[in-house]
Design a protein around this ligand. Structure first.
Ligand SMILES: *Cc1c(COP(=O)(O)O)cnc(C)c1O
Length: 227
C-alpha cells in the first residue's frame, strides 16, 4: 500500500494552493473488492473513513471490522436499491447516493418508523446523514439526479421528507476534464446551503480539493489497481 502520509501531503499541498479549498477535508478509502486484511492495514495506517459500493459486500466484510474499530466511519458510495434500504440504514454511517424520489421516500419512511418507534421492530439505525448524488455529466448509465432536476429534488428531500442531507456527491465522466463538473456540484450545493462536497477520486483528487471538496474518495491511489 502506498504511504498514506504521501497522499495526505498531496492533499495538504492542494488545499494550501487554493482559496476555494475547504478547511477540513476527509480522505475516504474506497475499499470495494479489497479484503478485510487490507482494510485493517489502511486503518493501521491512519485511515478513518471508508466507502463501499455494494450493500451485500459491505454486509459480508464490515460487521467484524466495525466491532474491532468503532472509531471508523463507513459510507455507502454505490447505488442503493429500494429493497436494500433497511440493511443500508443499519450498516452505514453515511449514505452518499440518494438520487431519486422512490429511494428518498423509502429512506424517510424507515427513519420515521424508528423515531415513532412504530414498526421499528428489532433493527437499529446507524445512518446519521445523507448526500444527494448528482449525475453532472448526464450519463445515461450513471446514477445520480440530473443537474436540471437537482434543485427540486434537494428541496423535496430536505423540506418535504426532512432527510438530514449534508451535501452532494458526483462521479464525473471518465473522458472529460473534471473541473467543470466539480464547479457545477459546488454551485448547486451553495444554492442550498449544503456544506459537504464528496468529489475527487484517485485521478483528480487534487483538482477536486482546489475546488472545495470536503471528501475525496480514493481507491487505486491507496490500494493499487483493483484485481
Ligand atoms: C471505486 C470508486 C472510487 C475510487 O475510485 P479510484 O479511481 O480507484 O480512486 C470513488 N468513488 C466511487 C463512487 C467509486 O465507485
Amino acid at each position: 500500500m502506498p504511504l498514506i502520509s504521501n497522499i495526505l501531503a498531496q492533499m495538504i499541498t492542494a488545499q494550501k494552493a487554493s482559496p476555494l479549498a475547504a478547511p477540513e477535508i476527509s480522505l475516504l478509502a474506497a475499499s470495494k473488492s479489497q479484503s478485510a486484511l487490507l482494510i485493517e492495514e489502511a486503518i493501521a495506517g491512519g485511515v478513518r473513513v471508508f466507502g463501499e459500493n455494494r450493500v451485500q459486500e459491505a454486509q459480508d466484510k464490515w460487521p467484524s471490522l466495525r466491532l474491532a474499530h468503532p472509531e471508523v466511519e463507513l459510507h455507502l458510495i454505490g447505488p442503493l436499491q429500494t429493497n436494500k434500504v433497511k440493511q443500508a440504514l443499519e450498516l452505514f454511517d453515511v449514505i452518499q447516493t440518494v438520487d431519486r424520489p422512490k429511494l428518498a421516500e423509502e429512506v424517510a419512511s424507515l427513519l420515521s418508523s424508528v423515531s415513532s418507534k412504530k414498526n421499528a421492530g428489532d433493527w437499529k439505525l446507524a445512518t446519521k446523514s445523507f448526500y444527494i448524488q448528482v449525475n453532472t455529466g448526464k450519463e445515461p448509465q450513471k446514477a445520480g439526479v440530473l443537474p436540471d432536476e437537482a434543485d427540486a429534488f434537494i428541496d423535496y428531500c430536505v423540506k418535504e421528507l426532512a432527510l438530514p442531507v449534508v451535501g452532494l456527491m458526483c462521479v464525473p465522466p471518465a473522458d472529460q476534464p473534471p473541473a467543470p463538473h466539480f464547479a457545477l456540484l459546488s454551485q448547486i450545493a451553495q444554492r442550498h446551503g449544503l456544506e459537504k462536497l464528496s468529489m475527487g477520486m484517485s485521478e483528480d483528487f487534487e483538482t477536486a480539493i482546489r475546488m472545495g471538496s470536503t471528501c475525496v474518495r480514493l481507491g487505486r491511489a491507496l490500494f493499487g489497481e483493483r484485481a
